[in-house]
Write a protein that binds this ligand. Sequence first.
Ligand SMILES: N[C@@H](CCC(=O)N[C@@H](CS)C(=O)NCC(=O)O)C(=O)O
Length: 203
Amino acid sequence: MLLYQFRKGTNPRRVIIYLAEKGLDIPRYELDYAGGEHRSADYLAINPSGRAPTLVTDEGVSITDSAAIIEYLEELHPDTPMMGTDPISRAKVRSLERLGTELVTRSQLWLWNVTGSFPAKEPSPSPETACRLFRYVTELLDVLETAIGESAFLAGDKPTVADFTVFPIFQTARERFDLPFGFGHPRLDAWYREFRLRPSADF
Ligand SMILES: N[C@@H](CCC(=O)N[C@@H](CS)C(=O)NCC(=O)O)C(=O)O
C-alpha cells in the first residue's frame, strides 16, 4: 500500500490525521506540489484528477478520495472505530463529515481569493469575492457551532472522521495563512485549540 500525499494539504491531512489517531503506519510518498508532480503523466495515471491524496492498495487499485480512503481503511481495520459504533452514531458522524467536506470546498474557494497563493486555481483573486464567499463558509461554521454543543468532539465524546475532516481546513487557514478562521465561533475555537494539542495534529 502507498499513500500519495501533500503533507500540509487540507484533504491529505484528513487521512494523515486519521492514520495517526488510528495508529496505522502506511508507507507515504510526498508529492512535490511546487514542482507540479501532481500534474505529471505518472501521477495522472494513478489519479486522473491530479489531486491528492491517493491510496494505491496492495492489489494496485487507486482510491482517489480522502473520505473513500478512510472508509476503505476502516473496513480493513474495524478496531477502534472512527466512524461511529452503531447505525445512529454512524449516521451522525457521516452527516457531520459531509458537512465538513462542503465546508472544505467552500473554504478553499475563499482561500484562493483571500490569499492570492493559488494562482493556478484563481489567477485574479478578489477581496470582494472572498468576502462574499466567506458568508457561505460562515453559514456552515454556524451549523457546526450548534452541532458540537458541549461535546469535546464534533460528533460526541470521541474523535471521529468528522473531526479529521473539519480540523485541517481550520489548520490551513490559521497556521498556513494566519487567517482568523472560526474566531467568531467560541465552541469551535475551543474544540480546535484542544484538538491541536493531540499528536495527530502535528503540523
Ligand atoms: N475530494 C478530494 C479532493 C482532493 C483535493 O482537492 N486535494 C487538493 C489538496 S487539498 C489537491 O490535490 N489540489 C491540487 C490541485 O487541485 O491541483 C479528496 O477529498 O481527496
